[in-house]
Design a protein around this ligand. Structure first.
Ligand SMILES: Cc1cc2nc3c(=O)[nH]c(=O)nc-3n(C[C@H](O)[C@H](O)[C@H](O)COP(=O)(O)O)c2cc1C
Length: 176
């Protein structure tokens, strides 16, 4: 798929067929993560957790439902979640560390689109997971790493058409 077509087709998919993501596809998605920019090239302070264990995906959903009182699956039944964690320089992740995680997330999401798969950024459910030490323990993160966000990826029946770009979407000022 041509680069700008990928940009125009990418959207947040919130419905998945549940079909497993193949090993080859997962490798491409992880390659995209590795190719991502990271502030001060601190790749050693980033960590990925590839989760396909349905019981853990369900536990993240259950934790969100308990904490929000809302129904539904915050991971939308996706068969794969890649969790992005950071080892903060200080006590808690700061702007450049969250931003590095977001860059990695977006590289993976764009790759999923290019491969015809749906994807969605997941920050809410991960923030809520961080309030549950038992759930965090199940992530098995290396010492001092903190989960920041995730991307769910999988086959979807939701259409991903080329979307027209709305040039007014983000207010833009030109200083010339
Ligand atoms: C930092 C960030 C956090 C997000 N967190 C969530 C989330 O927790 N759950 C969710 O369903 N979508 C989440 N999204 C997706 C946005 O809601 C979505 O990108 C936005 O509504 C625009 O829609 P589009 O992705 O289809 O273009 C997040 C997106 C970003 C960039």
């Amino acid at each position: 798929m041509e680069f700008f077509e990928v940009i125009q087709r990418r959207r947040s998919s919130r419905q998945y067929t549940g079909e497993a993501v193949s090993k080859e596809t997962l490798e491409k998605i992880l390659d995209a993560a590795m190719a991502s920019p990271v502030a001060r090239a601190r790749y050693e302070d980033m960590h990925l957790t590839v989760v396909t264990d349905k019981s853990l995906l369900d536990a993240i959903g259950e934790n969100t439902r308990q904490k929000t009182g809302r129904d539904g699956d915050p991971l939308y039944g996706a068969p794969l979640m890649v969790l992005i964690s950071v080892r903060p320089a200080g006590d808690a992740p700061q702007n450049n560390e969250f931003s590095s995680a977001a860059m990695i997330a977006h590289n993976m999401a764009l790759t999923a689109t290019a491969l015809g798969l749906g994807s969605c950024d997941i920050w809410g459910a991960i923030a809520l997971a961080n309030q549950n030490p038992e759930l965090v323990a199940r992530f098995g993160l290396p010492e001092r790493f903190v989960a920041t966000c995730a991307v769910v990826i999988g086959a979807t029946n939701e259409p991903m058409p080329v979307r027209e770009i709305d040039r007014q979407k983000i207010a833009t000022r030109f200083i010339e």
